[in-house]
Ligand binder design. Structure first.
Ligand code: 6PG
Length: 259
């Protein structure tokens, strides 16, 4: 199989709604293309609040049958140490805003068990689920068709937080991690999985993220390497960073370029 050309794209949309629309169109095109190419599609969805509007838009589209979701496999980037019916659960929130509206068999939606008593075993189990469902590249690492990530104001993605050992996990695809700054345990995908994906979409909106976005897009910043988001670097796949104007307000316009 010909090696994909790794590409980087930075998109700034005027409003959060426009940014959500851009990502929705991109995600739907990836689903259609992957299903056409190999009869299936693997999507990893972000938690947090940023994608809420995006998920609502996809849910609305799904009710109109805009895309055949029946061949999609849905995974999650991370999960908090709560049950799925807890208001903080990433799965619970995505289920209510999107999954419940998708014509997809329950067996194709794979929630993480963030409230497992043995989180390491839950991480290993989730990794095996990914390995059983998602075709691997030549290196044996499963290659998701698309991974959607948000970003915290501290630059974390998934539950890969600054100054944590999870950032340096090079073998496992999913890890159980204690996050000192939260005082909580998390389950999270790791960079080996993220950077093997065919497409990684980083969706960041809101003025509160603008200082971190400016640092992330400033290749010369000495603070950039401390941002976990700076380690999102798909080996062969596409990285598409999508911002609204508020999040990108401090960015030098020259930094909004596309390979
Ligand atoms: C989580 C998310 C996390 C999220 C960022 C941004 O569990 O919190 O998966 O990685 O994407 O924290 O969160 P907001 O979108 O709420 O700002």
């Amino acid at each position: 199989m010909a090696r994909e050309r790794s590409s980087r794209q930075r998109v700034v949309e005027r409003t959060e709604e426009a940014a959500n629309g851009y990502v929705a169109d991109l995600l739907l095109s990836v689903v259609c293309e992957a299903v056409a190419r190999h009869g299936r599609c693997s999507i990893t969805l972000a938690g947090g609040t940023t994608p809420h509007g995006l998920y609502q838009r996809l849910a609305y589209g799904a009710t109109s049958g805009e895309v055949d979701w029946s061949n999609a496999e849905i995974f999650f980037s991370d999960e908090r140490d709560v049950s799925h019916d807890h208001p903080e659960s990433n799965y619970g929130n995505v289920q209510r805003t999107l999954i419940d509206y998708l014509p997809i068999a329950p067996g194709r939606v794979h929630p993480m068990r963030g409230d497992a008593t043995d989180l390491s075993a839950a991480a290993a189990e989730y990794e095996q689920t990914i390995r059983n469902s998602v075709p691997a590249g030549e290196d044996g690492v499963p290659r998701m068709d698309l991974i959607l990530l948000g970003m915290g104001a501290d630059g974390h993605v998934a539950s890969l937080f600054p100054d944590t050992e999870a950032l340096d996990e090079h073998e496992r695809l999913v890890t159980a991690c204690y996050v000192p700054r939260l005082g909580r345990n998390r389950l999270s995908v790791t960079f080996p999985l993220i950077n093997a994906a065919h497409n990684v979409v980083l969706l960041v909106t809101g003025e509160d993220k603008s200082p971190t976005v400016a640092t992330l897009l400033d290749e010369n910043s000495k603070h950039r390497e401390g941002l976990p988001a700076a380690r999102v670097n798909p080996t062969e796949g596409r990285l598409i960073m999508v911002f609204d104007a508020a999040a990108a307000r401090l960015v030098n316009p020259q930094a909004i370029s596309t390979d």
